[in-house]
Design a protein around this ligand. Sequence first.
Ligand code: PLP
Length: 430
Amino acid sequence: QHVGKPTLIANHGADVIRGSAAAKSLIGNALKTRVQSVNGDVCEPGEEDAFFVADLGEVYRQFMRWKMNLPRVKPHYAVKCNPDPQVLRLLAELGTGFDCASKAEIESVLNLGIDPSRIIYAQPCKTKSYVRYAAQQNVKQMTFDNADELYKIKQLFPNAELYLRIITDDSESLCRLSLKFGAPMDTTQDLLTLAKELDLNVVGVAFHVGSGASDPNAFLKAVKDARCVFDQATDLGFSMHTLDVGGGFCSDTFEKMAAVLSDALDAYFPPSVRVIGEPGRYFVAEAFTIACHVIARRSVEDPVSGKTSYMLYLNDGVYGNFSSIMFDHQQPVAKVLQCAGTFEYGAGTMEFDTEAGVEYSIWGPTCDGIDCISQSIEFPQIVDVGDWLFFEDMGAYTKCSATRFNGFTDSHDTIYVSSEPGASALLGMH
Ligand code: PLP
């Protein structure tokens, strides 16, 4: 059984960059070795379960890219995005902080030996017993955005270091967070006044421009608003020292976002102000690839053209690691991993004549009709039961929100590889 045993494979080759042949072949070899170790005809139930390959070198490169483009902003990894233990270990070694949303997340970070000062409890509406836990563990930094939360903190953790989370324009983001959190700008003065009356310790301002943000100007506007709130708080006598610029960064647009944010920070906040961020997706989205087994197939004849298409049923779906389709508005792209015993890694990315392609729809394993991964996709191959598909970019908001619906597992193996010697060295991968 593979279950629960992390496999670590390092690559001590020369520098590789994402998407390079070396990184791809490392991932490909890990996929191949695992797939070839499973014989669907005789294996134990669950041995053919979907599994991940995580390239920790990708996380390492994203960290270096962050440092190059946002040197002023100290990242606090948003654990909720993917609480994978090796990702947490690597980021801990790299010296990031952590954004935690619950007692369990705080606990998992503290268990790595992280100092509580490297954690921000960035949830403006917290469970009382969790606030007590944060107080016991001396996790002082936390956000708030409403008066009730201030009374709660006064009662449970009056020495906490508080960040006022403000609302943002997140209309251009994939997942809007300001529908639920963030103080409107016309309430900040009253909230700060109340915090002063309660003798609480406000030290900063926080915002989040929405997960999967696409409008760099959202950062500019949020930084300007944060400046106003800093000034309000300073006038009330608070000693404001930190700005938290939240998450929302995507790999594809990172340099563009970072440039606008950096300029805004330099324009509105002097170097004496400490700046932190809470990136999640940015670090992990592209580091994880998932492989899924084709457990069933249904042939569909088009009565007019006579053409055959197929419905493929995989052993993972929207109630599992493809929860990102529902919750994160993603459209994962299937590629053929192994077909008729032949390893096809990479072939699925080839251009081919669509007329020569075979059409498939791809479904998850549960009884629900909503459990559809892809309505229509073409492959050049005839994919059958027992073959394997793979999906790249499956690291963000996937396994963290998987369920056990219909009795399928919510915990899948991860095989770790590293395409960066720097990451291998930090993690002791040989
Ligand atoms: N910080 C907070 C408070 C969040 O709610 C989230 C995501 O929901 C994040 C950070 C991470 O956002 P992202 O993955 O877009 O970087």
